[in-house]
Design a protein around this ligand. Sequence first.
Ligand SMILES: Cc1cc2nc3c(=O)[nH]c(=O)nc-3n(C[C@H](O)[C@H](O)[C@H](O)COP(=O)(O)O)c2cc1C
Length: 363
Amino acid sequence: MSAHPIFSAVECRGLQIPSKLVFAPINTGYASLGRPTQKLVQFHAERSGLGIGISTVGNVAVDNDAVTNPQTLVLSKEGDERRFSVVSRAIKKRGSLAGIQLAFAPAALDPPRNWKAKDVQAEVRRLNMIVGQLSPLQMNTYLETFLKGVQLANRADFDLIQIHAAHGYLLSLFLNPTTNLRTDEFAASNHWLLDFLGKLRVATRGLLSFRINLFSGLRPREEEFQLALGLANRLASAGVDVIDLSAGLYTLDRTLIYPGTLRDERLPYYEAARLMAEDLACLVAFAGNVRDVRILPLDMPPNLLVNVGRALIADPDFARKSHDGRYTEINFCTRRNRCHYFTRSRTGLECGVNPRLGGKRDE
Ligand SMILES: Cc1cc2nc3c(=O)[nH]c(=O)nc-3n(C[C@H](O)[C@H](O)[C@H](O)COP(=O)(O)O)c2cc1C
């Protein structure tokens, strides 16, 4: 039996991505004073290799003031890159490309532990204020920290650098016309983005990826899709290699970021991602509820990558077993959300079905 076409290779900027199934960026909390721990190295080594095109380290803050919690990884100054290069080496040794997601969470975001905002309008007004209060000087300084992060990530030998512009992080708030009501040079559709992209493109040695929101849940779906498509086109024409589509704002409704329940096996973002992939010449990736590769259409656009998050947390051999057709051997995620360590007031990722990651086993 031949493997699903998702396991075919694709080339980009002279780099061979060995599979279209990629490990989604995951914030594990496996950090000590901002540095990757041995547990993180092991975590990514196990989630690399046959069937996994790229293994991306999630949520690496580009500044000490841009962390989401004390367990956040930080890549901000000379010397930080040494420990990160241990992670990229471990991934590449197994045969996948190594990716790193650079992120900036404004300190004022201060996410609560609950999954949904009790008062959506009040939260949107708060986000408007966070965006509105930053001075152009501060914003320029923050954009510079990304460029520094890119230089360090190059030195740590990552093949793909992803800029986190989804989920309510700084850039997603600035790119969303509902959360960004500014009318100055940092208005949502102003030229700052193109200037920033130009510098990023020059600075990035390998593949440049942007994670953006398809939907934030603030406007009608079709309108949000058109906004995301417009943004994706701007990114692609500025030389971004991979547009990575996700959804949801962390402080508004986390169920959009981590969709699906044990019974609901639909892929809520596939159709929009397919349309976008057909419209764009670059690579497009989507995420959300992929727990069995057999539900992926066989005629997916050739430039579409598939992120897998929780299925690979639960079973690091998910891709290898799926590639070999050994579906009955997969240790499936039960969607109990034990991996959400921050929401559960834990210090690091655990899993209810993967005892190697610690935590109480699900019944
Ligand atoms: C524990 C956990 C941590 C995550 N951390 C990040 C992150 O750091 N950055 C990010 O963009 N997405 C993050 N996500 C979202 C995933 O990348 C992915 O988009 C989402 O889980 C949906 O894919 P899945 O259904 O295959 O899990 C995280 C998801 C989980 C479950």
